[in-house]
Design a protein around this ligand. Structure first.
Ligand code: SAM
Length: 313
């Protein structure tokens, strides 16, 4: 410390104390959160430098951020950003915080898009723009059109895309790649002349039923309800997206949608009913079926035997 009135303390000690306060408040990951909050407030990783001194100003900053986290504000909002794939994505109150589960969706979209030259990618429900930012950074020649109904999300997504272009998110834009964000409902803001030309349609739409809200951890209530709840039974937005996908995808184009694992069989069936082929479920890192993947028929390629059958990969 820098004043004579306080006993000197170390990063290691304040980190242990922080962990105890967080655990007492019911935070599910107190150790990891304590480390991040100390790094944020003190600018040093306490796991690497446990014996470093903490000055009074840093101790005050740490107390401020700890109070917010003890009140169960999400860690990502307290520190202002989160890691998503290999990018640092800005987070802001009022806009959905990107989750690690969605990295699977983003990586599969990169994979699908990189099978095309200069692919056209559409990402409705972009939120912070995390998925669009990963595509901008990883798909050379891509053109990404992202949409969201919420102006606050559109503003943050534009900021996150600008950070990729400026090279300040951890990885710069891929060669020749571009991205734009538009305000509006699902695919309505996408220029109509792109209909039938989309190589990859990727989305993490709101898909939870309203009744789930009772079981949410306090942190989840910081996400806007429109980002989480897809109508009373949860599938209103997914249903509309699946119904419209066929008219936007190019022949052979790929649809990737994050879904509620509890509705996986229904989503598979829906994709097939919507005229898509090879409907499959992709598991997330916890083994839960998280992403629905399907492709648009391509009349120039003969159907394979497994077309129309739902299989898991
Ligand atoms: C679950 S969040 C996903 C955000 C981001 N793609 C991600 O994975 O972190 C869903 C987003 O969809 C937006 N949204 C909800 N209904 C929409 C609609 N009908 N059209 C476009 N965006 C919508 C919400 O504002 C929210 O930002």
């Amino acid at each position: 410390v820098t004043t004579s009135t306080r006993v000197p303390t170390t990063l290691g000690r304040v980190t242990v104390e922080a962990e105890q306060r967080l655990a007492a408040a019911g935070v599910l990951t107190p150790r990891v959160d304590a480390r991040w909050l100390v790094m944020h407030a003190c600018g040093v990783d306490p796991w690497r430098f446990p014996d470093a001194w903490v000055d009074a100003e840093a101790a005050r900053r740490l107390d401020d951020v700890l109070r917010r986290r003890v009140a169960r504000e999400p860690l990502q909002l307290v520190v202002g950003d989160t890691g998503f794939c290999d990018l640092t994505v800005r987070c802001r109150a009022g806009v959905f915080v990107p989750r690690p589960e969605t990295e699977v969706l983003a990586m599969r979209a990169v994979e699908a898009a990189n099978r095309h030259d200069a692919p056209l990618i559409v990402e409705p429900c972009t939120g912070s723009g995390a998925v669009a930012a990963v595509l901008l950074a990883h798909v050379p020649g891509a053109h990404v059109v992202a949409t969201d109904v919420d102006p606050a999300a559109v503003a943050l997504a534009e900021e996150n895309l600008a950070r990729v272009r400026a090279g300040t998110s951890g990885r710069p834009a891929a060669r020749g790649a571009s991205a734009q964000v538009r305000l509006g409902d699902l695919l309505t803001p996408v220029p109509p002349d792109l209909r039938g030309h989309v190589d990859v349609l990727v989305a993490n739409p709101p898909y939870l039923p309203v009744s789930d809200a009772r079981q949410w951890e306090p942190e989840v209530h910081h996400d806007p309800p429109t980002a989480l709840v897809g109508g009373p039974d949860g599938h209103e937005v997914v249903d509309r997206l699946l119904a419209e996908a066929g008219s936007w995808l190019a022949p052979g184009g790929t649809l990737l949608v994050e879904i509620d694992a509890r509705r996986a069989p229904a989503a598979l069936k829906q994709a097939t009913t919507a005229g898509l082929l090879d409907a499959q479920l992709v598991d997330d890192l916890t083994g839960a079926p998280r992403v629905l993947r399907a492709r648009m028929p391509d009349p120039s390629v003969p159907n394979r035997a497994r077309a129309d059958r739902g299989v898991r990969s």
